[in-house]
Design a binder for this molecule. Sequence first.
Ligand SMILES: *Cc1c(COP(=O)(O)O)cnc(C)c1O
Length: 481
Amino acid sequence: MSTLFKKSSPGREGVWPQAPSQDLGELLPEGLLRGAPAGMPSLSELDVVRHFSLLSRKNFGVDSNFYPLGSCTMKYNPKFCEDIAGLPGFARLHPLLPQLPRGDELTQGALEVMYETERWLCEILGMSEFTLHPMAGAHGELTGVLTIAAYHADKGNKKTKIICPDSAHGTNPASAAIAGYEVVSIASKDGIVDPDALAEVLDDEVAAMMMTCPNTLGLFEKNLPKIVEMLRSVDALLYYDGANLNAIMGKMRVGDAGFDVVHVNLHKTFGTPHGGGGPGSGPVGVCEKLVPYLPVSRVVKDPSGRFHLRYDYPKSIGYVAPFYGNFGVVLKAYAYMLRLGREGLIKVSENAVLAANYLRKTLDDVLEVPYDRVCMHEFVASADKQSQKGVRALDIAKALLDKGYHAPTIYFPLIVKECLMFEPTETESKETMDQFVADLRDILALAESDPAAVQAAPVTTPVGRLDETRAARNMEITDDM
Ligand SMILES: *Cc1c(COP(=O)(O)O)cnc(C)c1O
């Protein structure tokens, strides 16, 4: 497919923008004016519509195909959430409106949505307060770690380290390092955190431990009470990476289990897709003693039932995002919670866990599952056996593309050789999963009989195998797709 620039034909036009009524030189400082036109392509409306319609068909999405990308929760998100987020009363609110005289009055509805969403997240997770500001999961982690740092600084604690188990999500050590901590990694045992390994590194300089739960093997951490007690003994805090809340929602409250900080990804569990490159939201919840350090602004409800934004929190870590975070994503989460209700949210996690276990059990005779026990919302298999015959996890993932599937996550977590991480999510039917298993079995049989055929995949996609590192760094846009 050609680019719009190549299709451009001088003089062809699709829209006729109104000429400004004033000379631009009077509206803008001279230094900001272009010396020459921007060089935009000239196209008819039809050129543009066809171009993007054809491109969209080359895209892969949950709306058309199964997308078992582990750790990413690529589930179907109901369209009514988009309708709610698009309501003009919300979509046309200007973010500076609350700063204007009468601003509170004009934004009561939006403030109420934020307030209620925070309350519900507190209820679901067992935390004292939430902030909706962080704009992604990893951003939530950084916000949470900065809150922890502010707490220790305020108490006069000298803390320099954060512990991350080797089964933690990769963003955990990255967030701790960006916040200025030394990251201490501990090896897991039998797929979960090993209290003995923790005891070896635990000392007074430990500020916190960050746990991904379920961890990246899709396993629930069984030693939580012991781990909580050990960290408490050195005044270290517990951080819960709850990005994959669809594994435990309605079944366990993170605060009740002794965690001090948690982030959740609204763009995985609550009605917004993850991985589309679009906006996200990673709200952070904290226990009572961390409330003073939360970012500003905060939404409060006065005794008369009206909502306001407050900024006067002297111990706050300050701003972490412009305005109030990604309000549209929060709104979709609110609509999703309201529509599903308590019972529905519990069913989400039951079905997510059921689907993952179904897939695991129907595959484990052909694909090794190193920790083959009840998993949570996802599981990790290994193609180590196949790789000895030359077919690696990468080849299997590529062969799945030819069958019309998105590949699973591969080579993550790092602690399993040739790993493939599958997350079917709660929205897939048994029929879809059965078809997927049948197709994957065909690929694994082909790996035995004709490994070269699997190594040659994909052959049906717009482009075949690429040097992916080079392709990302050195993008070449071709005309012949
Ligand atoms: C997705 C994910 C994150 C990061 O979330 P982003 O919104 O992509 O920054 C962190 N932890 C876990 C366990 C995740 O699955």
